[in-house]
Design a protein around this ligand. Sequence first.
Ligand code: SF4
Ligand code: SF4
Length: 380
Amino acid sequence: MSGFPVALTKCDGYSLLNQAFEELKEKAQLKEFEKKVSGKKVLVKPNFLGPFRPELAVTTYPELVRIVVRWLKSANAEVLVGDNAGIGGYGYNERSAKKTGILEASEGAFQNIAKEVVEKQVDSRFFKKLIVSKAVLSADYIVNLPKLKTHSLAFFTLGIKNMFGILAGASKSQVHNSAQRIEEFGEALVDIYQIRPPDLTILDGIIGMDGNGPSFGRVRPIGYLVASENALAVDLLVAKMAGAEPKLIPHLKFAMERGLGPKKSEEIEVIGEFKPIPGFRFPTTLARNRFASFFINRFIYKPIINSKLVLNPNKCNSCKNCYNACPSGAMNWKNDYPEIDYKICIRCMCCFELCEQGAWEIAGFLKRMVSRGGLRREEK
Ligand code: SF4
Ligand code: SF4
């Protein structure tokens, strides 16, 4: 084989997923991958951006997660499924996994990967350290399961962008805050992708989203499952199918320039048949990006980073649950009460959600966000 192999198979509905996945395994020669993962720890990384029902096409379809989990288990892998949903933190992960159907589809393999995090040095001009889920760094293999969607800031949410979810707590807000322009955000996405590139990417492109994604776009049939060991190769092929020029999509441009996969679409070896996606709509918000990023940064990301939790000592019974649960080591114990070091706190909200006495009160923007169940209301 020459170039970067990308296998794709036609699949016109999730009821046909089992058969399509079997075909994909043949085309992508996943037997080889099965041998590698035997006895190894494998993190399956779907996209569960928020608590959205599966048919809204915001998140990876749960049946694909189920099939992949079963496949990896049958290959004797030690499987766990996890993602960091949106910018909402620990409790938001649980709610999102449940609502999207991914919790149930994981068949016992789901893990809230915001629970254990590490501070990781990052080679980037935007940030020196980010908070990354420990499960990402300790996995022997990562199977990336992105959804085929547009994204108003990144153009596409495919294989590379899906790895943004390795960041926990307020780290995503920190990235948005320090890389605000579209070009900068694209470069930052590649910096994050390089922390731990996935070993296999299987794209859910059966029902996808175009227009103003990642959550308010048009739900539309696309009809493909796509797989490759190189996420950039998957993304370039999908960009081509959608009629997009990869060099105009900043994170693809930076990834190509850094040699993280094919340097142009011609270096992809396509295994399978495909047709251009008819009438694919790109985000209209891109034209307003400078204003949008200023607005979002000022009114969402910065307020999240600056929000604080305040302890009500009259309610606290000094049980230490919050102190023991804090994933970032931001909690100190002083005079029988917990105290937060805000220089370290990642606003994951574990302490708030675990306190049975309701002793933590939220001040500022996070109060509104949490009381609304996240940045977007939970779908009914
Ligand atoms: S979990 Fe609640 S009650 Fe227990 S120490 Fe923390 S704030 Fe106090
Ligand atoms: S102090 Fe609370 S919000 Fe901050 S990192 Fe620890 S558990 Fe999360």
